[in-house]
Design a protein around this ligand. Structure first.
Ligand code: ATP
Ligand code: MG
Length: 417
């Protein structure tokens, strides 16, 4: 893509009321636009990153048998009254609205209720199980605090998967499978070494749920990490009994702040009981379906990546989620035509080789281009200037390490492919 064609501009300052580093950098670099506190629009670069994150999650969910759907954001009051979750006293984060005839609707903050109700049309016998259904869908939550930028939005994208199993044993096997898929996801997103499986509060159907917490000093959660075992416990549940229950030793635990990027939950038969979601088993007996739910916030993930990997000059994207792989920067001297021609040709070649490139073809000062490139954070920067042409080699810089190499065209393409 030609940078001269990108409608977004970088800016020196973030909005004054924006306190979160992730949103400050993403706004300054032109990835997102702040509509109001906790509500952000995604601009072309931001959408590319979001789509890359979504695609990684989608591949891992499909690999464990997930089937993708898209449920509605508008919610029927009756369905939520079935589980007692319509009341604002029970769920304080509801956004609600009204039809012209005065009846109330809700804007989805999660989807256990509508999906359980829907699955009654499709699950009847043991042959219909298990089923794993997921979506990427906008959730609305009237969050009290919205100080963490895109990591805590009032309108945000969620990947939510719901599992429907015959019994606890099958449920638990899938639960463990999802844990592994989630570990793959953090690894592929560049957050693997900072993200811990964390024991958190369970509910009526299991002692614990599991959160995936990415260590970051601006995180809203406090966790206790056992580095050796690569697991953690959320402060909310840390008691001597819990420590004993897991073989954990208070001395070996280190307190850290962290961001919950995902979580998985055993729902038992809470929702299937409420909606009468049953199946007939092999011997003809009616049984309730055992359910689980598995969330990830792609926007929160994007924020966590910015928080943990950026440096004083801007964002540093992992290759897997970067909006482009290469940032080609044209630096023009007195002989304008020569460098531009060379850069145009290289841009074309990169395209032919399938290497996604943002080409800074703008007519602005070199210093401004370099500062913008650092801020935008694309993994590889190539400079084409009269100097590099004279030297007969392209200058390739790695955004993360800062290492610069001078490579002939063939070597350059081989390295980037
Ligand atoms: P938290 O404890 O942070 O409030 P939660 O436990 O309510 O989140 P879930 O309802 O289970 O979260 O949502 C699943 C995932 O969606 C979370 O793990 C997180 O990644 C993401 N998420 C939750 N709330 C938000 C939000 N307000 N903005 C962005 N992402 C969110
Ligand atoms: Mg939570």
């Amino acid at each position: 893509m030609l940078q001269s064609q990108l409608f977004t501009k970088t800016r020196k300052e973030a909005p004054k009321d924006e306190v979160a580093k992730n949103a400050q950098l993403l706004i300054r670099a032109g990835y997102i636009h702040k509509e109001m506190a906790g509500v952000y629009s995604y601009l072309p670069l931001g959408l590319r990153v979001m789509n890359n994150i979504v695609q990684i999650i989608r591949e891992e969910m499909n690999a464990i048998g997930g089937e993708e759907v898209a449920l509605t954001a508008l919610q029927d009051r009756k369905i939520w009254e079935t589980t007692g979750r319509w009341s604002d006293d029970v769920v304080s984060s509801w956004f609600k609205t009204k039809l012209k005839n005065g009846s109330e609707l809700g804007l989805s903050f999660t989807h256990e209720e509508p999906l359980t109700a829907l699955m009654r049309d499709h699950i009847h016998s043991y042959r219909d199980l298990p089923r794993y259904v997921y979506q990427f869908q906008t959730k609305f939550r009237n969050e009290e605090r919205a100080k963490s930028g895109i990591m805590r939005g009032r309108e945000f994208l969620m990947k939510d998967l719901y599992s429907f199993s015959k019994n606890l044993k099958d449920h638990e096997a899938f639960y463990e499978k999802t844990k592994k898929a989630y570990v793959n996801i953090w690894k592929r997103l560049g957050l693997g070494d900072k993200t811990y499986v964390t024991f958190a509060s369970g509910g009526s159907f299991s002692k614990y749920s599991h959160e995936f917490q990415t260590v970051d000093e601006t995180g809203e959660d406090v966790i206790y990490v056992d580095e050796k075992l690569k697991i953690a416990v959320n402060k909310e549940v840390l008691t001597d009994d819990v420590l004993k229950d897991l073989g954990l030793n208070r001395k070996s635990l280190v307190e850290k702040r962290a961001v919950e990027v995902g979580n998985i939950f055993n729902l038992g038969t809470r929702f299937s009981d409420a909606f009468g979601l049953t199946y007939v088993d092999e011997s003809g007996n009616k049984k309730p379906v055992v359910m689980g739910s598995y969330g990830i916030g792609p926007g929160r993930v994007m924020g966590a990546i910015v928080e943990t990997l950026s440096d004083e000059n801007g964002i540093v994207w992992p290759e897997s989620v970067a909006p482009f792989r290469v940032h080609l920067v044209l630096v023009e001297g007195k002989d304008r035509g020569v460098a531009r021609k060379e850069a145009n040709e290289l841009y074309e070649l990169l395209g032919q080789e399938g290497i996604e490139t943002l080409y800074d073809d703008r007519d602005v000062r070199a210093g401004e281009k370099f500062a913008d490139a650092d801020l935008i954070g694309i993994p590889w920067r190539i400079v084409v200037s009269e100097k590099t042409i004279t030297a007969g080699a392209h200058e390739l810089k790695n955004r993360s390490t800062g290492k610069i190499e001078h490579l002939a065209e063939k070597e350059l393409i081989a390295k980037l492919k």
